[in-house]
Structure formats: structure tokens, C-alpha cells
Design a protein around this ligand. Structure first.
Ligand SMILES: [Zn+2]
Length: 245
């Protein structure tokens, strides 16, 4: 994912590691006396388990739309969500890429507590970029990337969350969405015209045609590139501008 992409929200890491701020601002003595300490129980997050799901994806090879590896990995992801007790929706769509290529895309959605009106959306993209257009070695610029970090890491984290949700379902409804065809944007080496809005094709499609009619979530958190060694996560500017709260 490049900065052009719609939104990357690293805040989730706080939730994943079970760090919950209870907002311990100064209160007057009166309120302190009646205030009860709220303990929020967060499930354990198994990093090794998440890593296993990242490796399972990269073992398929680059997950570039219209390839067998992509197809096989899509099956794997849908099966995993089903195995972890989610109601699975598959959104198949033919989406036009920057160069006119029609991408056989598949958004994969795992819903927990599907009847709840209180919903939270957690998402990542599962396709990987067909061009290593920023690789230090120019020879690689037209080759696909492995996408261990860019793509697989966010999905791996969400699969581990799905496994945890299955063990102890939260009261709210949760939708885990794996968007497809997100990272097929115009390569840096391309000169000339290209189709506009070329990034995030799967999520653009989903926003026009959500998997459930009239779908509404209180908020959404998207993870991408969360697996880098010593990763540092800043406020993501698009989210900061358009969804600050
Ligand atoms: Zn990405």
C-alpha cells in the first residue's frame, strides 16, 4: 500500500496488545468517591499464530489478481473465516485496473454476531502488488512482491483476531473484511495515461455495494503493513482529516 491509499489506521495495535486506556483524567473528590474501576478484559493475542497465517499466505506466492496463487489464497481465507465461526460472504466482481485489465476480484467478509445492529468493522487487503516498482534494484520493478508485510500482515493479524473471537464472542457485531484488488494501482514506471481512482478497487466496489444492504458500522479500522520489524505507526493523514474521532 502506498500513501495514496485510502486509510491505514495503526491505532489497532493498542487494542491488539490489550492496552486499554481508561481515561484517568483528574476528577473532583465527589466523583472519585463513587467511581468504580472498570476492568476491560481483552483476549490474549498470539503473535506466533498471526505469523503462521502470514506465512500461509506468502506460501501461495504473490497474490496478484487473475493468478492461480490469488485464487487459491482466496479459498484459504474464506475457509479460515468459516473455520473460526464467522458467517462468510464472498463478493465477486470484475474490476477494471489502471491499464484496462479486468481483475477477477473477491472481497471476503467474515461476520460475527450478524444480527447485531452495533457493528465494528476490521479490515485489511489480501491481494499483493504486481509490481515492485520502488525496489532498489530496477530489474525488479516489473516483478510482483511477496507481500508478507504489504497485505499478508494485516490479514494475518485479523485471522488471529477471528480465532480469538470464536473462543469468546464479544457482545457487539464484528465484520472482518478482506478487500481485494487494492494494490493494483498505476506503477511508478508508467508514463502516459491511466484510469483514475486506480487504487483500492475492492473497497471502492464494496462501498458502492456493501455485502449487506444498508450496512452501517460505528467505526472501521484498517490494517496494512503492520508486520515490519520495529514498525512505527503514526496518525494516518486521510483518517485524521476525515474521521478524526
Ligand atoms: Zn497495501
Amino acid at each position: 500500500m502506498r500513501i495514496k491509499n485510502l486509510f491505514i489506521v495503526p491505532i489497532l495495535l493498542l487494542a491488539l496488545t490489550g492496552v486499554v486506556s481508561c481515561g484517568s483524567t483528574k476528577k473532583s473528590d465527589d466523583t472519585q468517591a463513587t467511581e468504580k474501576k472498570v476492568v476491560i478484559k481483552a483476549p490474549a493475542f498470539d503473535a506466533d499464530s498471526a505469523y503462521t497465517y502470514v506465512k500461509a499466505q506468502t506460501d501461495f506466492g504473490p497474490r496478484v489478481p487473475n493468478t492461480q496463487a490469488h485464487k487459491d489464497c482466496g479459498e484459504y481465507l474464506a475457509q479460515q473465516l468459516a473455520k473460526f465461526g464467522a458467517k462468510v460472504y464472498n463478493q465477486y466482481a470484475d474490476l477494471e485496473a489502471w491499464d484496462g485489465t479486468i481483475l477477477k476480484a473477491r472481497n471476503i467478509i467474515g461476520a460475527y454476531n450478524p444480527d447485531s445492529k452495533k457493528r465494528v468493522m476490521l479490515c485489511a487487503h489480501w491481494d499483493s502488488r504486481p509490481y515492485a516498482d520502488y525496489d532498489a534494484d530496477e530489474k525488479n520493478h516489473k516483478k510482483p512482491i511477496d507481500g508478507a508485510n504489504d497485505g499478508a500482515s494485516g490479514v494475518g493479524v485479523l485471522l488471529e483476531i477471528a480465532r480469538q473471537i470464536q473462543k469468546e464472542a464479544p457482545a457487539v457485531g464484528i465484520d472482518i473484511i478482506f478487500f481485494d484488488a487494492e494494490d493494483y494501482g498505476t506503477p511508478a514506471w508508467h508514463r502516459g495515461s491511466y484510469k483514475a481512482h486506480d487504487w483500492c478497487l475492492g473497497s471502492q466496489y464494496w462501498s458502492r455495494a456493501p455485502h449487506v444492504q444498508g450496512y452501517y458500522a460505528r467505526y472501521g479500522i484498517l490494517l496494512d503493513m503492520v508486520g515490519g520489524k520495529g514498525g512505527t505507526f503514526y496518525y494516518e493523514p486521510y483518517s485524521y482529516r476525515t474521521a478524526r474521532k
